[in-house]
Design a protein around this ligand. Structure first.
Ligand SMILES: [Zn+2]
Length: 62
């Protein structure tokens, strides 16, 4: 493993160019909160495949 973490260094949200974070079995844009699914471990960075989600970040916990 580790390939995904390296991918996350270079991948950006196709909508807003924001950073992506790995959350469960999806990637979530930290800026616009679009959730991109995985297909066979490949992140699908397509806006029309993404779901808008709402996340409350708790930056006080690790
Ligand atoms: Zn975004």
């Amino acid at each position: 493993m580790g390939g995904l973490d390296e991918l996350l260094q270079v991948l950006v949200c196709p909508k807003c160019m924001g950073k992506l974070m790995h959350e469960g079995d999806s990637l979530i844009c930290t800026v616009c909160k679009l959730q991109y699914p995985f297909d066979e471990d490949i992140p699908i960075l397509l806006i029309d495949q993404a779901k808008q989600i709402k996340i409350e970040y708790d930056e006080s916990s690790s």
